[in-house]
Design a protein around this ligand. Sequence first.
Ligand SMILES: [Zn+2]
Length: 357
Amino acid sequence: MQRVQRFTLCLLTIPLSGKCFETFTHTTCRNIPAIPFIQTLKPIFSVKNSYPRPTCNVSLRTQRNYSSTSTARAGWFLGMREEKQDLPDIVKAGDPVLHEPAREVSPEEIESEGIQKIIDDMVKVMRKAPGVGLAAPQIGIPLKRNYSSTSTARAGWFLGMREEKQDLPDIVKAGDPVLHEPAREVSPEEIESEGIQKIIDDMVKVMRKAPGVGLAAPQIGIPLKIIVMEDTKEYISYSTKEESKAQDRHPFDLLVILNPKLKKKGNKTALFFEGCLSVDGYRAVVERYLDVEVTGFGRDGQPIKLVASGWQARILQHECDHLDGTLYVDKMVSRTFRTAENVDLPLAVGCPKLGVH
Ligand SMILES: [Zn+2]
């Protein structure tokens, strides 16, 4: 289980969805307990869904040799992804199928192809987890009287009519070499290739699904200089007005920047807590320039130049750091690192104050 906290100073982990917060008020925003977030959509990989081989020969070499993990990811990027077993997800608490009694399997059914397939899948899912036991409802198989809509969908799966799921890459977590090595530039000829366009589409989907306000290609295991960013009224509404004001945070439309180059505009800096989808569940104070200018290319290959300030400038710096192999923990103010739940606890004596300096 993963926890996403409703928390306002976090940069990149935004609360799960508006729905989860309908009943919340904004008065004690930073003290609201973490909201359990169950990740139900694990990517199911199959060869037919892998990335098309880029039309121009994309080489994924950076300065250093890839570790085996990175090589595997590079293979994934190039469409050489190994075929993975198309196994059902483990159903999580809250799904009606887990809270209703299952029905017995009739003697005639036992040797049927369907039941045998379920048993095979259960064994594989249990071993893959790994776990020491599994019940059929845990992979969504109820075989029960009235099916809820969810259960019906799952029954459809059982009957071989399984709906197709979005095959999105996982977010790579700290420790994976791809997050700690510089990414390489995308060449102008590559930008409009099918491969690069697909990566950008996936990055946007992964960022929105997380949800987060920014994502760099290495975070989905792709060592290329590509970032996507977006901040919305809805995300900002999870912060108090005072916090958004202090952070100088405003909504902005989706930004896709290839080969971004950052320049500071002035020496003013701001200290705020940040989080990262690749260091899930933690926060730390990071000092960032208040005003920056970024140049690079859009997904159409056209040059981009943008002057950003406040929170948008912070996101830009955070994402561009990813492309250099730097995580926020590599430049955080020491002794400010903490779990998301503890973000409101006082800073250690001697730590600089939050805000603009
Ligand atoms: Zn990050």
